[in-house]
Design a protein around this ligand. Sequence first.
Ligand code: NOJ
Length: 725
Amino acid sequence: MADNPTARARALIAQMTLAEKAGQLSQAFAVPFLPPVDDRVAAGELGSLLFVTDPARINQLQRLAVEHSRLGIPLLFGFDVIHGLRTIFPVPLGMAASFDPELVEQAQAAAAAEARASGIHWAFAPMVDIARDPRWGRIVEGAGEDPHLGSQMAAAQVRGLQGPHIGTPGRVLAGPKHFLGYGAAPGGRDYEPVSLSDAEIRNVYLPPFAAALAAGAGNVMSAYMDLNQVPAVASKGLLDDLLRSELGFEGFVVSDANGVENQVAQHFAPDSAEAAALALIAGNDMEMALGPNAFAHLPALVEQGRVPADVLDRAVERVLVAKIRLGLFENPYVDEAAAAQVLATPAHRALAQMAAERSLVLLQNDGALPLAPGAAKRVAVIGPLADSIADTLGPWVFVPDKAETITVARGISERLAGLAQVDTAAGVQLLRAFPSGLEAFGGKVTPWSADDAANQFDRAVAAAQAADQVILVLGEAQSQSGERASAADLRLPGDQMHLLDAVLATGKPVVLVLLAGRPLDLTGITGRVPAILMAWYPGTRGGAAVAAALFGDVNPGGKLPVTWPRSVGQVPIHYARARTHTPDRADSLYHDLESTPLFPFGHGLSYTQFDFAPPQLDRPVLERGGAVTLTTRVRNSGSRSGDVVVQLYTHQRAGRAMRPDRELKGFQRVTLAAGESRDISFRIDGDMLSYWHAGERCTVLDPGLFDLWVGPDATADLHIGLQVN
Ligand code: NOJ
């Protein structure tokens, strides 16, 4: 029986009261600003806790469950391990910009090791919501706009977090979220009701989840908002049918925090008891709650016949199987003394630096970069994000190693030690009040007085004046990105444009580093600043990575996982749109703005150049069930080594549905030495060219002519046609 988790779970269920069953399905926040959970744990009212990161506290709570609750079932500890725990990696959107799934896997494996060493068993990650609107603050948590890139990143994160199987030592359970369609928030307004067609669901929003499940994810989190008029948490069609029956998911589903109870606020469920019944029957197994658990109503609901007893048992079974697979019954406790040896090790920091380096996207460069170290004897690093630890780390960071965090200013100072004098000045302050309820998670910023503000601004301009080279570090503060951080305006927040104007007015050479969780409106900036490096929120070693790129120790090779609009008025402007009846007029869409984005999806420059040879196919025709190979020769025609991301886009010319003008179907990041050439190949088969058809309600492959392009971004123009029979 020990090897059969289901039988073992069932044997336990046979001994459980209804209240104990409801307890296993109830998860609570264990945080200082909410009522203590200890008594509820000892009484068997809770099966899982979130937000505890201290190994000693985890053991203390676990002891209550194991030694004091009647059945001694261990607690499952979950946490938002989004881009690291102690060692912080770039935010997920930045990690996606690496176009390097292997790196992403390694980073999440390191995050998992730190989490597990702390006693955390389960990460509420990866967030695999496709996001095509940069106004949505949570675009930072995912892999951007593209289903193919999103799927690769989703699978890599699950492999990294969870390892080859659930229960792999030193790893945690992975929970892709939020099922489904949360990223389609209209207007970028967080939590807004979403309407999506079945074709959009299947072809755009579902693939990253399918990839995460194929990689073995043991948990899924349901979403807050309503999808097509039904809260996702109450949607049997989404959870029981699509996720379980169709995708074959066998793990457990957790609601988002308070998602069950929220159905009352959403005016969908009349009261919390009904909300609990709806959520459980739809297919949620565990309820994450900030306040009292609505699932506490489950025993009464079963007794009244409103919830079938076997539905309750099935949910308990799924939760217990996860605990058994994770080995919690054998090893419920964490080794408190050993934790320190795993947390924030030099190896993790080195990996975080590599990840940050590979996530950097060189948006624009007229040759100003790289800077020659020591050429400027005085360097001014200016901006509100230049030397801010929190804003180097980004959102969804709770217990970072602050002392080890290298801001951009610190990274540059360390890189130029002995070569130049480095001055740092914030110039302006970025303020954002946290939404009520979230203050406890974010640091409080004390606003400068009017006098202080004037002095700080003047000091920054004086520092620029005195410098031979200015490095501006602008963007968004940590709190301006993430959950409940929608932006109506994508221009630089606060007084940053004034600072930029004043610094440029000094006439000193300036390069710009952006720290942000979304593309920003760079109107009035791109034409006046010679070089712009997008660093996202680069994490613990972010400043060292930025310095390495600015001074040429590292050649940037990251690419945009999201189309970069010129202004908010173009949003949404993802590249994979279908054609209109006047495709030639697509370049005159707006009468007041160019139609093209500022930077296309996949864009990113390098300090070297790459040439692509026209693609070739080993066969001109793809027969059903077969495959062809496309090959292109890529050459580094510049004078230094660098990375290129070779991208493959496809398009179907005619068929039973209008397909996007272009779809990314393959990518390979390769390093080429100066002058080196390499053949890069992609295997193309029917699966790659098929799609879900709304009328047929299944995946179809339309025979006919397909366009294939290869190149360095979504505007790739090297083309070859492929006939599919
Ligand atoms: C709400 C968020 O939507 C979800 O992604 C997160 O995991 C939970 N809160 C827990 O913090």
